[in-house]
Design a protein around this ligand. Structure first.
Ligand code: AOF
Ligand code: ZN
Length: 360
């Protein structure tokens, strides 16, 4: 099962909104087939695994055990049900990592296998399997994206310089080149990247993965009154952008596919001024099939997400050698649990989980 997890991980950044899944076929003490879900819309792990068995070994398939990190699917999606394939191949035993929470599967794959006489052994390395797909699990059980907050702060807890009396604050570079590269990797691992109006305007971020080989996330920006100027980097053609606003709507909501948002260009999503913004955003991202989102600021947006409790992870980079005395204070986390801490030069990286979430 650990091998399945390692294989599954090779699909990171390429399969969302699907889960990462790995499978192996074992005869005696020998692995005769391996596969993983490589790309959204393409073959599932089980199909690739069975397809990889060498012709000489094919007669062993009906005497082998299939290990798969997620329950085999039972539905016709972009591909036919994997449970049917297992039954057709007469595989007698399937060891499953964890159940698939997707409502069209959710136990039905296991039931289908058992009804056909296949022995199913569920729950092997279950916690690790759920952890690997925490974005997918969160999305389907909470009906909102998996939310990763990220900010860089000075040693004295500031995320930006104080505004000058005569205009814009000076631009403050807090994290070092190593950390910046890591952040670009983080960007490549989430489906969307969200910023507020002031961050878009004052920092003019590109929100792409220039410093890391991976795909760009969908850029999500809040601009209630559509006042952001068109020359900002996030409106360039490097990646798709969705503008959340009070006035304009231009997305075909009956048929949202991840492919739609992978096409570069600007779309508009209208929100209402009557209810609070953060829950509306979460609902919108769920409808847009955006499995996970990295929130890169600014302070006010981060704090309102924390206050609503609608976050899963917070990744905080602290430059331990920089103090600026005054400036914009960093957001204050609540209910956090430290999961990981490491140094990159003088930058300390701390990763927290929201302890109120199942996935913590
Ligand atoms: C599996 N093995 O490797 C994966 C599964 O649209 P489709 O056909 O690609 O189906 C997507 C759904 O299938 C996804 O939401 C999840 O429930 C399941 N993913 N299942 O048996 C796999 N990736
Ligand atoms: Zn499948």
């Amino acid at each position: 099962m650990q091998r399945c997890l390692n294989l599954a991980q090779l699909g990171a950044g390429k399969v969302a909104p699907n889960p990462m899944v790995g499978a192996i076929l074992v005869y005696g003490d020998r692995i005769i087939g391996e596969g993983y879900h490589q790309e959204y819309g393409k073959a599932h792990a089980e199909v690739n695994c069975i397809g990889s068995v060498r012709p000489d070994d094919r007669p062993l398939i009906p005497k082998s055990t299939l290990y798969v990190s997620l329950e085999p699917c039972a539905h016709f999606g972009k591909t036919p049900p994997c449970a049917d394939l297992v039954i057709k191949q007469k595989i007698p035993r399937v060891v499953v990592g964890c159940r698939d929470p997707f409502e069209q599967v959710n136990g039905k794959g296991i039931e289908k296998l058992e009804a056909a006489g296949v022995e199913v052994i569920p729950g092997m390395l279950e916690e690790d399997c759920r952890m690997l797909n925490r974005r997918f699990f969160g999305f389907h059980t909470l009906r909102r994206p998996y939310v990763v907050l990220k900010w860089a702060q000075t040693a004295d807890g500031r995320i930006a310089a104080a505004p000058l009396t005569n205009g814009q604050p000076e631009r403050l570079l807090i994290s070092n080149a190593c950390s910046n590269r890591l952040v670009h990797r983080w960007r490549s691992e989430e489906v969307g990247i969200l910023v507020g109006t002031n961050t878009a305007l004052l920092d003019d971020p590109g929100l792409t993965t220039r410093l890391w080989p991976g795909s760009n996330p969908v850029r999500l920006v809040i601009d209630m009154d559509l006042k952001l100027p068109g020359h900002l980097q996030l409106f360039n053609s490097d990646a798709p952008t969705v503008v959340f606003n009070l006035h304009k709507h231009s997305l075909p909501f009956d048929n949202i596919s991840p492919g739609l948002l992978r096409e570069n260009g600007i779309s508009y999503y209208q929100v209402s001024s009557n209810t609070s913004l953060v829950p509306q955003l979460m609902n919108a991202l769920y409808r847009l099939n955006i499995l996970s989102v990295l929130v890169e600021g600014g302070g006010r947006l981060l704090q309102s997400i924390i206050d609503e409790g609608l976050w899963d992870e917070a990744r905080i980079i602290t430059n331990e050698t920089l103090t600026i005395g005054k400036g914009l204070p960093a957001p204050a986390l609540k209910n956090q649990k430290l999961r990981q801490a490491f140094m990159l030069g003088a930058d300390q990286v701390k990763i927290y989980a929201n302890q109120n979430m199942q996935t913590s």
